[in-house]
Design a protein around this ligand. Structure first.
Ligand code: ATR
Length: 289
């Protein structure tokens, strides 16, 4: 249990979701605040979408600095914001808010957290690269939008349900910048796309505990010079990452994405460099339990 001193100057933070089961955010953010001497405390805030207006009005007059936003509030909160970041607007979902100058501002750190990890773990930038993104849910959308905003050259989006991949591609093509988002669906199209892509990102839940042996495609299509990333964080090293490493690929676990999403939120709230290693220790300890 962390020792947080609360006084009249303590800034309040929390996670707005309903229902809230286990969440990594309170232990991770409280450890980060304590380690960096930020007088702040992070709580679980169970709020239903229909109560967001009342909750936000209350938070505005209380000493709240910001909040994380999770299911089912990520889209519902948008109508209550005064400002929204370009990435969050394009993604269509907000997972971090900040109270500033009497206003509520919304952000999305799902994609920016991924690319913070991509930079710090692998020393790589998305600019000019061709990506193959497997999956077309919320995580895929956030990573695709952020990749394009950061200068990606081309995205191949593959999904079991074609229409969801087409919606993301349609929302990107010609609307953000001149980056081609292509839907790769048929098996032969997938092989061609994988022969061209430099980065493979799995955003599906395939490989997640307890079905840890599952793979959603023929992994031998990956090439040793590719970077292979998995959004799945349990287990830390998925079957996909093991196989990719055997082929000689550099890999990145979903655990790094999870930690860096929290690090991005900390950076937005405090405008300081996040203590990523401390946040990582907390997450790794929880995941081992
Ligand atoms: P998130 O918001 O975390 O991205 P999501 O919106 O539920 O989660 O999306 C999950 C993704 O995993 C989707 O792309 C889903 O494919 P469908 O759109 O076809 O449902 C994908 N997915 C889940 N289980 C899968 C499986 N067994 N094989 C292939 N794809 C799977």
């Amino acid at each position: 249990m962390l020792d947080v001193t609360i006084d009249r100057d303590t800034k309040l933070f929390g996670i707005l979701g309903y229902p809230l089961g286990h969440s990594f955010s309170p232990p991770m953010q409280n450890a980060a605040f304590a380690a960096t001497g930020v007088n702040a405390a992070f709580f679980l805030l169970e709020v239903k979408p229909e109560d967001l207006d009342v909750a936000l009005a209350g938070m505005k007059i209380l000493p709240f600095g910001g909040a994380s936003v999770t299911i089912p509030n990520k889209v519902a909160i948008i109508e209550h914001l005064d400002e929204i970041s370009e990435a969050a607007r394009l993604i269509g979902a907000v997972n971090v808010i900040k109270f500033e100058d009497g206003k509520v501002k919304g952000y999305n750190t799902d994609g920016s957290g991924f690319f913070r990890a991509f930079q710090t773990e692998l020393g790589e930038e998305p600019k000019g690269k061709t990506f193959f993104v497997n999956g077309a849910g919320g995580a895929s959308r956030a990573i695709c939008v952020e990749a394009v905003l950061r200068g990606a050259k081309k995205l191949y989006i593959y999904n079991r349900t074609l229409s969801r991949a087409e919606v993301i591609a349609g929302d990107i093509n010609g609307k953000i910048r001149d980056c081609a988002a292509v839907v790769a669906q048929k098996p032969e199209a997938m092989a061609e796309a994988l022969a061209e892509a430099e980065v493979f990102i799995n955003t599906t839940s395939v490989g997640m505990y307890p079905k840890v042996e599952e793979l959603s495609f023929d992994v031998s299509l990956l090439r040793g010079e590719m970077i292979v990333c998995d959004a799945v964080y349990n287990p830390e090293r998925t079957q996909l990452l093991w196989k990719a490493a055997e082929l000689g690929c550099r890999t990145m676990s979903g655990v790094r994405m999870l930690i860096n999403q929290g690090a991005e939120a900390y950076a937005i709230w405090t405008e300081r460099e996040p203590p990523t290693e401390i946040m990582s220790d907390v997450i790794c300890r929880i995941l081992k339990q």
